[in-house]
Design a protein. Structure first.
Length: 316
């Protein structure tokens, strides 16, 4: 039987994407009970954490966080506040800091909680955001439900290395079946409960193009390279618990859908780690000749929080 068209060749419709988000066998609503607020992190069991620790061989650690964005520059629309105090104490003294940050967006490395995004069918588990999200925080799916931290096996999928190109372009987004091929080429298989980290070459992009995420269409919409909606199928099929990425959803999408790959938050219950700095990890994995490791991130325990700034770590 001849193979069908690739994801890149296929003419994707709005119905195709909605089927990936909400179709039978795709959505995880009710999978862990109707009152579950943990989502796909239910797949990260004690056994899963122990097996993740076995991935540590060289002991090399790599931070996946971008610097705290406290200065205005392209891509940093709302710089974080940071000021330092210094107070004498006898013959010595003490210094302190104030941090204030609106971390969602394209500048800060952060974790998205299950209450962060929704579509017309609602938040994770179908909850009504008009009821659950208040000015004092979310009453459903808050980041404090992940207070035990995220410790699991991480898998890096290095798209630029697979393509032999420096970065992903707008004209050629990352598709789901390409991620399958990247994993095969690297000799890895994504397992249930894994953290999938997709490297698209954002930092190399910034050296040769307008800073990633700053371009706009004629209608004022964000125009950026990234992951195509077809990646939802890969995430669903692999049953991963976490998606970490440097470039986010390919935008704008063609279907008027509020969230494509970000929809994995409310559809599958995934924890998303946005704006990762993955170039150092790609270099470390290439140097060690392997693409699996222990992945660790500890969100702030903010009751009602829609997410948290984060410094994710890969431990090889």
């Amino acid at each position: 039987m001849p193979a069908g068209p690739s994801d890149a060749e296929r003419d994707w419709s709005r119905e195709d994407v909605l089927e990936l988000l909400h179709g039978s066998g795709r959505s995880n609503w009710g999978r862990w009970g109707s009152d579950d607020e943990v989502g796909a992190l239910n797949l990260v069991t004690e056994r899963k954490r122990a097996s993740a620790a076995a991935e540590v061989r060289s002991g090399r650690t790599v931070s996946l966080s971008r610097p705290f964005p406290s200065r205005a520059r392209p891509g940093v629309v709302r710089p974080a506040s940071h000021y330092t105090t210094s107070t004498p104490r006898g013959t010595g003294g003490i210094a302190g800091d104030y941090y204030g940050i609106e971390y969602h967006g394209i500048a800060s490395t952060h974790v998205d909680a299950l209450c962060h995004v929704w579509d017309e069918r609602g938040m994770w588990q179908g909850r009504d955001p008009a009821v659950e999200v208040t000015s004092r925080g979310s009453r459903w799916g808050s980041v404090h439900r992940w207070r035990q931290g995220i410790v699991t096996r991480g898998v890096l999928l290095d798209v630029p290395a697979f393509r032999g190109e420096p970065y992903v372009t707008f004209e050629r987004p990352v598709h789901g079946d390409e991620l399958v091929k990247v994993a095969e080429a690297q000799g890895v298989a994504v397992e249930p409960g894994d953290a999938v980290l997709v490297h698209s070459g954002r930092d190399r992009w910034d050296l040769e193009n307008p800073v990633w995420g700053t371009e706009r269409t004629e209608r004022g919409e964000p125009r950026r390279p990234g992951l195509h909606a077809s990646c939802l199928r890969f995430l669903s099929d692999s049953d991963c618990a976490v998606l970490g990425w440097d470039m986010l959803d390919h935008a704008p999408n063609d279907w008027g859908i509020p969230w494509t790959v970000h929809g994995s938050v409310f559809a599958y219950g995934l924890a998303l780690v946005d704006n990762c700095d993955l170039a150092p990890l790609a270099a470390a994995c290439a140097a060690e000749g392997r693409y699996t490791f222990m992945f660790v991130v500890a969100p702030l325990v903010v009751e009602g929080g829609t997410g948290s700034p984060a410094n994710p770590l890969a431990v090889l």
